[in-house]
Design a protein around this ligand. Sequence first.
Ligand SMILES: [Zn+2]
Length: 182
Amino acid sequence: MNKAKAVFLDRDGTIMSDPGYISDPGKVEIFRGAVEALKALKKAGYLLVIITNQSGIGRGYFSPDDLEKVNARMSALFEERGVRFDGIYFCPHVDENKCTCRKPQPGLIFRAAHEHDIDISVSFMVGNSRSDVMAGVAAGCRLNFLIGSETESLSQNGILSVESVEDATEIILGLDVKGCRS
Ligand SMILES: [Zn+2]
């Protein structure tokens, strides 16, 4: 049986708003524009896996239980619109913990790949910070999409600057149509 392919997604600022260390489920605002894009990725056979740094836990700003409630609210908002995530992986640590799961470390991607039998080389990372795409590069994703206005040069192979998840999705689905393997 073929391994699965996936799109790894950052959470805050990528598929929902990022007010900073969000801990109140009532404040979750998903990016509506991402809904149709994620649906299209699912239809094309991609697992949707969230990979998120949540150092607010390590810093004592909120508890794992608070995080769970925020994730549940976010998932519910997407599910109401027909999008179901296949996994949500988070790192609770701060830099000083020197863990292997806090992006730009690739640990969470490796764990997700192991647990869902994902072939990382045919999978993608989408996020709005440099640490997101660096994690994807370190893990060996096929391409890594950096959303937003970071203008520093992206000379590193495998990183593409995009406007949004919708934008990244269009490129991913275009690659599939062409059937080319980079
Ligand atoms: Zn960690």
